[in-house]
Design a protein around this ligand. Structure first.
Ligand code: NAP
Length: 340
């Protein structure tokens, strides 16, 4: 029997630590495929799980939702896939299409079920998508959470149109995908960051305007000015309670705030929600997306030939360093870990 290497979340103190271990290579059962993982990418959520910030029990779990690789074996009843197919996992293994249902909470990779930071991963044959030919495994591994979230927020829920304005907070994974998607669709994107150097890189990727939120703490007033006192049509809200007030002050009448992130924590918003009413604004709670969203996003990437922005790639054995790099906030776009 072959042995696989993997990383596991093991309880340590009040939270978890990453530990490398081994297991017998799994065999796909009915409805499953076995994927040789070639690359995974990290999301802020992986830090939340590691630090137990949201109180979630993930002891013994293989972490990370995002990964890509090739199928090496299929279950007895699986006809749609064959060994050699290049695939990426869907964040929710059971959300194929249609509206979100609460049962999908029981099938999120690297959370309720094992993720992809392993030599091989067992995935549902319904919970994978084909990797576009023009993307490498490292690039494809960046898509399932951050990429699909940005797509679902702006395009599916937001109905983003050419000429509209988008505000993306910071230069992490979700926000850089939002910048790339919106720019490719002909929208005008304002990016905020704590770093002028990162803002320069955002401009090179097509950002229309940039604001340093550290040197301009009242960045909402700057956004107001930049949009001729109109506000933006869409806010990619990854900050949460600490940024929502300024996001509400940045949004245009009839606009959309896609509520995505918790970079400033899980607490309640400190601000009045009144601007939402006064501006007839839509507040869209977003939790990644379905396989159909992922497939639509892939078609878009192929059509526009958009390559994800990879900040840095770490070897499999350096997963802890990769997590530390994400936690440092030095990255721009996505942090990737290679397969074994
Ligand atoms: N709901 C969902 O489906 C979903 C899906 C994906 C992610 N998320 C959430 O969305 C957030 C972003 O995730 P991610 O994986 O893209 O994170 P990430 O790559 O780790 O992004 C980190 C970056 O965010 C920026 N940032 C941090 N604090 C900020 C603040 N107060 N204001 C503005 N920007 C700030 C910083 O950019 P600069 O260095 O440029 O300042 C930082 O480098 C997380 O809270 C994550 O949990 C939710």
């Amino acid at each position: 029997m072959s042995t696989d290497r993997l990383w596991q979340l093991q309880p340590e103190g009040p939270a978890y630590r990453l530990a490398q271990t081994t297991r017998p290579r799994p065999t796909p059962g009915p409805g499953q495929v076995l994927v040789r993982v070639r690359a995974v990418s990290l999301n802020y959520r992986d830090l939340i799980n590691l630090r137990k910030t949201a109180g979630r029990e993930v002891g013994g779990r293989i972490p990370t939702s995002d990964g890509a690789g090739e199928i090496v074996a299929v279950g007895p009843d699986v006809a749609a896939w064959k060994p050699g197919d290049r695939v990426a996992g869907c964040f929710f293994q059971t959300w194929i299409g249609g509206p979100f249902e609460l049962r999908h909470h029981h099938a999120d990779l690297g959370g309720t079920v094992d993720g992809l930071l392993a030599e091989h991963a067992l995935l549902s044959a319904d919970g994978i998508v084909r990797v576009p030919d023009f993307l490498s495994f490292q690039e494809a591994a960046t898509l399932p959470c951050a990429g699909v979230t940005a797509w679902a927020a702006l395009v599916d829920r937001g109905n983003l149109q050419a000429g509209q304005t988008v505000l993306a907070l910071g230069t992490g994974g979700v926000s850089i995908f939002a910048l790339q998607i919106a720019t490719a669709l002909g929208a005008k994107v304002i990016v905020t960051s704590s770093s002028d150097e990162k803002l320069q890189r955002a401009r090179e990727l097509g950002a229309w305007q940039t604001v340093n939120y550290r040197t301009t703490p009242d960045w909402d007033k700057e956004v107001w000015k930049l949009t001729g006192k109109r506000g933006v049509d869409h806010v990619v809200e990854v900050g949460g309670p600490g940024t929502l007030e300024k996001s509400m002050q940045s949004v245009a009448a009839g606009g959309q705030i896609a509520l995505i992130g918790v970079l400033t924590g899980f607490g309640p918003p400190t601000a009045s929600l009144f601007p939402l009413l006064a501006r007839n604004v839509r507040l869209d709670g977003i939790y990644v997306g379905s396989r159909e969203h992922f497939e639509a996003f892939n078609r878009f990437l192929i059509e526009k030939q958009v390559h994800p922005v990879i900040d840095r790639v770490f070897p499999f054995d350096d997963a802890v360093a990769a997590y530390d790099h994400l936690a440092s906030g030095q990255h721009f776009g996505k942090v990737v870990i290679d397969g074994v």
